[in-house]
Design a protein around this ligand. Structure first.
Ligand SMILES: Cc1ncc(COP(=O)(O)O)c(C=O)c1O
Length: 454
């Protein structure tokens, strides 16, 4: 038998702790500011939206946080997730590179999102909350939260970005199957939604607008909290189970990656895979390059500015220093709906400023081409989001073919594309257009950033 294709861990090897990269960084990220006073926010400012345990996780500098047994029990439905060696893709490309992918499509939602939805629902249920509101871009996060709420007896109400609501009717059906309620965003149910519709009744929506709607409803109802599927520190923390498992799986085959590649929307799947490896890098135990890949139509890391901005369109959230295209930026309706966010996680933005990873942007047609190539070799149809990382991996593997380098490449295959087949059909029928954000559009997009004294 040759080298293994599927590297598995036993249930007993499931990580018991999440890893917090903040504990190992040479400097802390800039503080999150109150939108009114422009002073650093305290736990009380966040209390209308989040339970105390999640607020504590948002600000903790402890290196490890224990995963509650109730959360581990639900994780066991699909975790530990498999690490695959892409033998067939390597062969199809004729590359000496060794390509691995950590596959999160085995989860109930079909992506990495339940890794944080489950603990978020758990801590809210523990705090006596009855209902969670949220936004969803690709529909993956809404599905994950609806599933998690069903596990802990909570109601779940989801504002789904209009473009994705229209592109993916089966996401709505899946959210409803798990017991959630779905509204297209912008909706006429909130002030934030009505304000957008008044300006543009045909608005395709954006994650920023959907966040405003979900936050507005949660802030106005005492039994209701809000849950975010990316961006915040506690979300990135929960996703580190991915990287911890991958480290253990690489140890089993006696290899270490030379390059890690992941797609970035708000940054959570990328951070989840990369942060435990960055711990190893920062401690000098491993030498690994790390690369984020974002859509050319929403390039917050590669073309955005590093500045204080709101997390939502209406300006209701605290101000976070992050790579941003401006909170009222509405990206083109590309099919990778989960990557259409104007900002980048403040923690990940800080890690980028520290020079700990590189970033690049890609257009959607080359990403779908990579997705199809991957599907034909490996038998998994990837979600449109991770095809961004796959396009980068394939290019790297073809470079290795020329140089003869046996580079070990690891990518985050953070979801399957079974509910994204309309996007694949559009690609295969040659109906997809590439959108690339021009420099002058970026200047326009960031023109309305809030001003911060000092
Ligand atoms: C499959 C998939 N990958 C990636 C993302 C992007 O989010 P993040 O950057 O938080 O991983 C999403 C978001 O919805 C998603 O559904």
């Amino acid at each position: 038998m040759g080298e293994p294709t599927k590297i598995l861990l036993d249930e007993s090897e499931l990580p018991r702790q999440w890893y917090n990269l903040l504990a190992d960084l040479p400097s802390p990220p800039p503080p999150v500011l109150h939108p009114g006073t422009k002073e650093p926010v305290g736990p009380d400012d966040l209390a209308p939206l989040f339970p105390k345990d999640l607020i504590a996780q948002e600000v903790t500098t402890e290196r490890y946080v224990d995963i509650p047994e109730e959360v581990l029990e639900v994780y066991r439905l699909w975790r530990p997730s498999p690490l695959y060696r892409a033998h067939r893709l390597e062969k199809a490309l004729g590359t000496p590179a060794k390509i691995f992918y950590k596959y999160e499509g085995v989860s109930p939602a079909g992506s990495h999102k339940p890794n944080t939805a489950v603990p978020q629902a758990y801590y809210n249920a523990l705090a006596g909350v009855r209902r969670l509101t949220t936004e969803t871009g690709a529909g993956q996060w809404g599905t994950a939260l609806a599933f998690a709420c069903s596990q802990f007896g909570l109601d779940c109400e989801v504002w789904q970005v209009r473009a994705s609501y229209d592109q993916k009717p089966y996401r709505k059906a899946m959210i409803e199957t798990f017991g959630g309620v779905v509204h297209p965003s912008p909706s006429d149910l909130t002030e934030a939604g009505r304000a957008v519709l008044a300006k543009d009744s045909e608005s395709p929506g954006s994650l920023g607008i959907a966040i405003s709607e979900a936050v507005e409803v949660a802030a106005g109802a005492p039994d209701t909290n809000y849950a975010l599927g990316s961006v915040l520190n506690h979300v990135l923390l929960h996703q580190t189970v991915i990287g911890e498992e991958a480290l253990a799986q690489f140890a089993k085959v006696g290899l270490t990656p030379d390059l890690i590649v992941g797609c970035t929307g708000g940054g959570s799947n990328f951070a989840g895979l990369a942060f435990p490896f960055l711990r190893e890098k920062l401690s000098g135990r491993m030498d690994v390059a790390v690369r984020a890949v974002e859509p050319a139509s929403c390039p917050s890391l590669t073309k955005g500015v590093y500045a204080y901005d709101f997390g939502d369109t209406a300006g209701m959230t605290p101000l976070m220093k992050m790579h941003t295209l401006g909170h009222d930026f509405v990206p083109d309706p590309i099919h990778a709906g989960g990557l259409r966010y104007h900002g980048m996680s403040p923690l990940l933005s800080h890690v980028y400023e520290l020079g700990l990873f590189e970033a690049e942007a890609r257009t959607q047609r080359e990403c779908f081409e990579a997705g199809v190539r991957f599907a034909r070799a490996e038998g998994i149809v990837p979600a449109p989001e991770p095809t961004h990382a796959l396009a980068s991996c394939i290019e790297e593997a073809l470079r290795c073919k020329e140089t003869g380098e046996e580079k070990v490449i690891l990518t985050a295959l953070c979801g399957h594309g079974h509910l994204d087949l309309a996007a694949y059909a559009a690609y295969l029928n040659d109906e997809l257009v590439d959108h690339e954000l021009a420099e002058h559009d970026v200047a326009e997009a960031v023109a309305a950033l809030p001003s911060i004294p000092g």
